[in-house]
Design a protein around this ligand. Structure first.
Ligand code: AMP
Length: 558
């Protein structure tokens, strides 16, 4: 067990949870997990300052699962998340970690889905309820006792919940829970509003924050690329085409990811190998020696497995999965730029992880420039440059040694030297795409389509058709928002501030809860919180703006 779960074994978590963690392929607890798990296991209240990408979900999910009683078929833990997307993601994480805990069920409760089945699942004894505040309040209105047995509450991304205008809903929920419960609050930032909540609703909370002392990074050129989780492998392959590297190390989070990515690279002809905590010491040394002497060019590693790896040939570090904290980022990229040489570090960032990027920039005091995926022309240029570089040393004495043979062959075949050279090139390049059209055909990604919304940010297989869907996607909405339309527009004498004022006053929303407002001539669009939208629209039913009925409706663009 210890071997399999590494640092997790030290927590004394229920063995079924440890087994599930091992099956997930995590090797070591992240910094936030290291600090939070013992506190939450001990039943204490806690404030965790951490953003997406730090491993915060497991930091509360594992100890909460440890503390619930699977034999009791009633809600015991409530996790509040700002958006449906996050609620689903957290519920999935709980299900993964509870895979080997028979009898434990998880229910996700969010707006936009029928209420009946959600309530039924709660009443049927789901121990873990993951909910968005608006919808949960709707349930409480129907049955105020529904949460009476909850003794663990987690507020995930508390700052986002306040930004989306859930303050009042949170107060309703606090009141519906037993006062003796344990409360854990996670937030990326701790503005006064969050501290006030903590003061009123948490008891003697422990504070957990990843230490972010300033780190210096020198001689390493850093860049980041925004990419959806399911596009990472394609993105890596595209980047490799244009990066001029000697040896390269790629960091991922799990053992499985080391194996998957290394085999995807090998399939494309790269000399690549995986390095993870399951690999025996002698094999590990063989891999490192091969990287040193050029039998291997790429190693795909977890942080644990790469510990102590020092290979001067490494010119590039790809952070395919986000490191858990800035310190680990600095550590990773320090693998390159050795011995005073220039190094290059690339970081793949999924939409949800953009905040983590900002933290890294703050801690290192450096901007990590954004790069885009190379377009087909850049790939073509890079391929031709490689071909030129590999052929040019061969040209020098070839005529002396093989010139006569060439004359004889062209005469025998009855072709020009150009035709023969072209045939030899075709053979040597072995079907590689070397025209713009051929490259465009083989590349599934739309270059430069940096993702904006978070909705597709789900780890899954590489889905090559993503790019097409991206291209068709309408103007993306921020996560957790819905677009609404009114037939009132500029020609009715409406300005954005009239709409804003009416919705703020009549809807009782916080300013931050309202997104973009676009006033067109004959209609207007307003972005509102998805969660609790139906209730809000009902509230605004009789609202009038500039003397006319607002009649705001959900707007579907498809
Ligand atoms: P979060 O910050 O909770 O959104 O987690 C970010 C990602 O890290 C998720 O995909 C998790 O599955 C993954 N993760 C969390 N903890 C670990 C760990 N100890 N080792 C490897 N991956 C992890």
């Amino acid at each position: 067990m210890t071997q399999e779960t590494g640092g997790f074994a030290a927590f004394n978590l229920n063995p079924n949870i440890l087994a599930a963690v091992a099956a997930t392929g995590y090797e070591e607890p992240s910094a936030i997990q290291q600090q939070s798990i013992p506190i939450i296991m001990a039943g204490q209240d806690m404030i965790g300052q951490a953003q997406t990408g730090t491993g915060k979900t497991a930091a509360f999910a594992l100890p909460i699962l440890h503390r619930i009683d699977p034999a009791k078929r009633e809600p015991q833990a409530l996790i509040l998340a700002p958006t449906r997307e996050l609620a689903l993601q957290v519920a999935t994480a709980f299900e993964t970690y509870a895979k080997q805990m028979p009898g434990v069920t998880v229910v996700a409760v969010y707006g936009g889905a029928p209420m009946g089945p959600q309530l039924k699942a709660i009443r049927n004894g789901a121990q873990i309820v993951v909910a968005t505040p608006g919808r949960l309040c709707d349930h409480l209105r129907r049955d105020e006792k529904v949460l009476a047995t909850v003794n663990h509450l987690v507020l995930d991304e508390a700052d986002e919940m306040l930004k989306l205008g859930f303050m009042d809903d949170l107060e309703v929920i606090f009141k519906a829970l037993p006062a003796t419960r344990q409360t854990v609050l996670f937030s990326a930032t701790l503005p006064q509003s969050i501290r006030a909540i903590a003061e009123r609703h948490l008891r003697d909370p422990q504070h957990v924050k990843i230490q972010t002392k300033t780190q210096t990074v020198t001689a390493i050129e850093q860049a980041h690329l925004l990419v959806h989780a399911d596009q990472k492998t394609s993105a890596v392959l595209s980047l490799l085409e244009v990066e001029d590297f000697d040896a390269l190390i790629m960091f991922v989070r799990t053992k499985q990811a080391t194996l998957d990515l290394a085999s995807a690279l090998e399939a494309k002809g790269y000399k690549a190998a995986a390095l993870n905590g399951d690999i025996a010491q002698n094999q590990r040394e063989r891999v490192i020696d091969s990287l040193k002497d050029g039998r291997l060019d790429i190693v795909v590693a977890t942080d644990v497995a790469a510990r102590g790896l020092d290979v001067p040939r490494i010119t590039h570090v790809f952070n395919v999965d986000m490191p858990y904290d800035p310190e680990s980022y600095v550590h990773r990229i320090g693998r390159t730029g050795r011995a005073g040489r220039e190094g290059r570090a690339l970081l793949l960032v999924t939409p949800r992880e953009r905040r983590m990027l900002q933290v890294i920039e703050r801690v290192t005091g450096q901007k990590v420039a954004e790069v885009r995926l190379p377009d087909s022309q850049a790939v073509l240029d890079a391929r031709i440059k490689k071909l030129t570089n590999s052929l040019s040393p061969l040209v020098a004495d070839a005529e002396a040694s093989h010139g006569e043979l060439l004359d004889r062959l062209t005469a025998d075949i009855g072709c020009t030297p150009r035709a023969l050279a072209a045939a030899l090139l075709r053979k040597a390049t072995n079907g590689q795409a070397l025209t713009l059209a051929a490259i465009e055909k083989e590349r599934p990604l739309v270059p430069n389509s940096a993702p904006r919304g978070d909705r597709a940010d789900r780890p899954s297989g590489d889905r090559p058709d993503r790019g097409d869907r991206e291209r068709r996607a309408p103007m993306p909405l921020a996560e957790g928002r819905a677009r609404c339309r009114t037939a009132l527009g500029a020609r009715d004498g409406i300005a954005a501030k009239n709409l804003l004022g009416a919705i703020l006053n009549e809807g009782g929303l916080a300013r931050e809860a309202i997104g973009r407002i676009q006033v067109r001539d004959s209609f207007s669009l307003v972005e509102l919180p998805e969660d609790g939208l139906e209730r809000l629209l009902a509230k605004l039913k009789d609202t009038r703006v500039a003397g006319k009925q607002l009649k705001l409706r959900r707007y579907r663009e498809d």
